[in-house]
Structure formats: C-alpha cells, structure tokens
Design a binder for this molecule. Structure first.
Ligand code: GLU
Ligand code: MG
Length: 437
C-alpha cells in the first residue's frame, strides 16, 4: 500500500485502552529514532476518562513514546466510508534519554521475559484468543453458518486486514453467546503475541465501525448471557527452541518445568486476577458454569479450570510437544495484554525458581473429574475489591512492580469502582460495557 499520511504512535493503558498521538508521515523516520513526547500521567487516567486520585503521576513529568518497528501496522484507506489509511506503531514509554521507564507495561513484560531467559534459559511462546460481540446483526444461532454469513463482509475483511498486517489469523468463528464471535491468532514469541493482542482489538473496533457495526469486548455484556473472555495460551521453549512443557510420562503430559511454572500461577492466582481481570464486571464473568474460569485449579482439557492443559493431535503428522500448551482463562479485554502476560510470566518464574516448599506440586485434575470432586478447589476472587486486597496481601506479587506502577494501578482500579459507586447492578454494568466498546 502507498504510505499513509498519518502515523499513530500508541501505548496501552492500565485498562487495556490504546492511547497515543499522531505524527505526519514526513516525520516517521525521525520519530522511529527519537520518539515523540508523552506524559506519565496517562497511566493515571481511568477508563471513564477521570484522573484517579492517588495515582503516582501528576502534572509534572515527561516521557518519550519510542515506536517498536516490529509493530508497524497499516490500515488501508477505505474510501467508501471516507477514511484515509493509517500507519500504527506500538511504542515503549521511555525516559527522555531513551532509558527504559519502569512503569511502562510493555517494558514490564520484556523485563519479565529477560529475567526468565537469564535465570532459566527458557522463553515463552504465546497466543491470545479474543471473544467479542458484534451489535447490529440479525439474531442467529451459536456456531452457525448463518451467523458467520450475517457478519459478512466484516469477517472476510477482518481476516484480510489481519493477514495483511502480519497478525497471522488462525480461526474466525461464530461463538456460542448471542452476537458473539471469536478470533484466534497463531502462536508467536511472547512480546509479539501481546503486541498483536493490543493491535487486534483496535483493528476489530476500527473495521466494525467502518462496516456500520459495533464491536464490544466487555467481559459480560448481558448478565444472562456468555462472557467475552481473553484466553492466554502459553508454552515454554529451551535455549535451542525445543518445547519443554510436554512429558508423556507425567500426569496430564505436563513436564516438571511445566508443573512448576503452573504452581507459580496457581499460588499467585488471586493476585493475578487484579491485573488480568481488572474491572468490576470481570468478576461477573468469572463464575462457575460459564466456561470462563470457575476455580483455581489445573486440569486436562477442562474449560472451567483457571489453567487448562490444551488438547494435542497427531493428525497430519502433528508434533505433540510443539502443540502442547497451557491456557490461562481468567483474563478479559479490560486488561492490558503486556501486563496480563507479564504477570503470568512473573508468577511462573516464581514457581520455577522458588522454594518448592512454597510452591507445592499442584494436582493435575484429569479430564473425567466430576464437579463434586472439585468442590474443595480454591475460589477466584468474587469481586474486584477482593482481588485488589489479594494483590496487596501478596508481597511476592507486589515485589514484581515498580512501586509507582503498583500504586497507580490500585488508584485507577479504586477510581473506577468509585465512578460506579451508587449505581445499581444493571446501570453499573451498562456504563462499564459502554466504555470498552
Ligand atoms: N465465553 C467463555 C469465556 O468467557 C469461553 C468459552 C470458550 O471456551 O470458548 O471465557
Ligand atoms: Mg471461545
């Protein structure tokens, strides 16, 4: 495509919202070298647009938004609806001299991955599955061809857009919930996977708007309906790129490093949700019998488990060890993908490097476990305040963050709770749902 005239340089905030600024195309090379101006206070803005009281950043301070070239994404012009093309970059938030800024969510993930590599020799491959609803379509049945066709040409245009942008779409499917769809991308190295999750939501929203539809990623748009989950798939590789999660001799086929990594996630699960499911309505979705995540446990192919051991297949000469992965199910699109994946890596790293006495081997629940067998598994937090308390009480989890980032995250979460305070359940959910469209 010919070069677009506008280049948008963006980051993603503590509520998963993409913020940034545009520069003229003629400045692109310069901005790639030296970034563009930015402010730390962006992290202290709630998803309702209010400034959270208690955030660590105020009226002073300056940063640079330094674009990562690998994230360059072109949205082609759409003359039929009067939209010019746009070039988009995701950026690191750096200090003015280009040094890393410890509160930058993208830097948080990269630092966690570096530490994993340095201390264990392991790296992470990941993929984010996104569910969302498309408003403005006729009613159709779950999983049906009718629903797929009702969303045309949006669906085909979306696959072409993602393909052209290098996001490697894998599955596009009419999902179970009313007006619900799902898009999955091929696995990639962890930073790329999280970058793609940030981009994907924006590309979906932008295309839906251009096609006269409204895409919504709210965790639970309808209290009687299905939730919109973001499931994060993870696998580990050694320094030579060999997969290390699979050991067919072990329960569930999960290797020793895999069990230890999972132990870290399970041990810190209640604190993790304060990052991976950071909205009040996130906790309406995280209830049993929604196939979201019904409890803190690790299980073979169980869609109610917090950590699910995913299926593998030999069909077509499939390599089981390469396919083998863990799926973390308690995330949604109100989370920042860099932070969500970053905290999973941090927790897994604690499990790998921590004292085994602190990280006991989790039980791998078999696929045929009955619900009555699972009654004693620990519960996820039932509300956002409960998750925030669990985070503050988990000193190991708190130690992963620059104090300013932790303080600001808590301030934003409490600011959003205060914004909804006094509204009844339906009104609060409606306001929340509207903001993540
Ligand atoms: N909609 C479910 C969720 O909220 C997921 C269903 C599925 O397994 O795809 O996570
Ligand atoms: Mg799904």
């Amino acid at each position: 495509m010919s070069d677009p005239t506008t280049v948008f340089v963006a980051t993603c905030d503590l509520s998963g919202q993409v913020r940034g600024r545009a520069v003229p195309h003629s400045d692109e090379e310069d901005v790639l070298r030296s970034g563009t101006g930015w402010v730390p206070a962006n992290l202290g803005i709630t998803s309702f647009g209010t400034i959270a009281s208690g955030a660590a950043f105020g009226s002073t301070g300056d940063l640079r938004l330094l674009p990562a070239e690998s994230t360059r994404t072109d949205i082609p012009a759409d003359p039929d609806v009067g939209k010019p093309g746009l070039r988009l970059y995701l950026a690191d938030q750096t200090q003015l001299d280009g040094e890393p800024w410890a509160c930058c969510p993208r830097t948080f993930l990269r630092t966690a991955l570096d530490e994993l590599r340095e201390t264990t020799g392991l790296s992470v491959t990941a993929s984010f599955e996104h569910e969302f609803t498309l408003e403005g379509l006729p009613a159709t049945r779950p999983f049906s061809l009718q629903r797929l066709r009702a969303a045309e040409p949006f669906g085909s245009d979306l696959l072409a857009l993602l393909d052209g942008a290098g996001l490697q779409p894998e599955n596009w499917l009419p999902e179970y919930g009313e007006d619900q769809f799902e898009i999955t991308l091929r696995p990639a190295d962890a930073l790329t996977a999280a970058d793609r999750a940030v981009l994907l939501r924006e590309l979906v929203r932008d295309l839906a708007t251009r096609r006269g539809l409204r895409a919504g990623f709210a965790p639970l748009p309808d209290p009687d309906g299905s939730g919109n989950g973001v499931h994060i798939h993870l696998s580990l590789q050694d320094a030579d790129g060999r997969p290390v999660l699979h050991d067919p001799t072990q329960p569930g086929g999960l290797s020793e490093p895999g069990v230890r990594f999972a132990a870290g996630i399970l041990r810190h699960a209640r604190a993790l949700t304060a990052w991976t499911a950071p909205s009040p309505t996130s906790y309406l979705r995280l209830t049993p019998h929604r196939w979201s995540a019904g409890g803190v446990y690790l299980a073979e192919r169980d869609r109610e488990a917090l950590l699910r051991i995913c299926p593998t297949s030999r069909l077509g000469g499939g390599d089981l060890a390469r396919q083998f992965n863990l799926e973390y199910r308690a995330a949604d699109a109100t989370a920042n993908p860099w932070l969500a994946l970053g905290v999973l890596v941090r927790a897994g790293l604690e499990g790998l490097n921590g004292d085994p006495a602190d990280y006991p081997r989790p039980k791998v629940w078999p696929e045929n476990a009955a619900e009555s067998d699972l009654t004693a598994v620990p519960a996820l937090p039932r509300t956002l305040p409960e998750a925030l308390q669990a985070l503050e009480a988990d000193k190991v989890a708190c130690s992963w963050f620059d104090p300013d980032l932790l303080t600001t995250h808590l301030a934003v979460r409490h600011g959003e709770l205060a914004h909804l305070d006094g509204l009844d359940g339906d009104a609060a959910r409606a306001r929340e749902t509207a903001r993540v469209h």
